[in-house]
Design a protein around this ligand. Structure first.
Ligand code: PNS
Length: 157
C-alpha cells in the first residue's frame, strides 16, 4: 500500500520526521508530498524543502519525496496511493483534520486518511513555532533536523 504524507513542510520539523519514520514502518511506500500552490508565503522554495526532506529521510526505506499542486486526492490518484497520512498533535488539530479527511473522501471515495498521534515530545512543535524562534535568534537544533537548522540560521542571518 502506498501512503502519501502531504503538507507544507516549511520547514520539516522533528515532529514531521517522526511521523514519516512511523509511516515507513506501516506502509510499503510513503511519499512525502510538498504542496506547491499555497496562499501562505513560504520561506523556503519547494525545491529547497524537498532537498531538506530528502536529506533527513535518506536512511529510511520506502520513503520518497515529491511535490504537487492542486488537489491532494488528484495527486493521490495519480500516484496510485490509497492512504493519506496526517499527524495529530492536540485536540484542536482534530477539527480541521477531520473536516479535511471528510472533504477528501467526498472528492474521491478511494482515499482513506490515517491519523498518527504525534509523539508526546513533539506535541507542541510546529513549523511556525520553529520559524518564530529562529527569527529571533533562538536555538532550533533540538526541534528540526540538523540540515534544516543550518538553513534556518542562514535564512535569518
Ligand atoms: O502542512 P499543512 O499546511 O497542514 O498541509 C495542509 C495540506 C497541504 C495537506 C492541505 O492544505 C491540502 O491538502 N491542500 C491541497 C488542496 C486540497 O486538496 N484541498 C482539499 C482538502 S481540504
Amino acid at each position: 500500500m502506498i501512503a502519501i504524507y502531504p503538507g507544507s513542510f516549511d520547514p520539516i520539523t522533528n515532529g514531521h520526521l517522526d511521523i514519516i519514520k512511523r509511516s515507513s514502518q506501516l506502509f510499503e511506500r510513503t511519499i512525502v508530498a510538498v504542496l506547491c500552490n499555497q496562499n501562505k508565503q513560504p520561506i523556503f522554495s519547494v525545491e529547497k524543502r524537498m532537498e531538506q526532506i530528502a536529506f533527513c529521510t535518506k536512511h529510511l526505506s520506502g520513503v520518497e519525496v515529491d511535490s504537487f499542486s492542486g488537489l491532494t486526492v488528484e495527486y493521490a490518484k495519480f500516484r496510485n496511493a490509497g492512504v493519506l497520512i496526517r499527524g495529530l498533535r492536540v485536540l484542536s488539530d482534530f477539527e480541521k483534520e477531520l473536516q479535511m479527511a471528510h472533504t477528501n473522501k467526498t472528492l474521491w471515495d478511494g482515499i482513506e486518511t490515517v491519523f498518527l498521534a504525534t509523539s508526546t515530545e513533539y506535541s507542541f512543535l510546529s513549523s511556525s513555532v520553529v520559524k518564530e524562534i529562529a527569527q529571533f535568534g533562538g536555538a532550533v537544533e533540538h526541534l528540526v533536523p540538523k540540515n534544516v537548522a543550518a538553513d534556518l540560521y542562514d535564512y535569518y542571518s
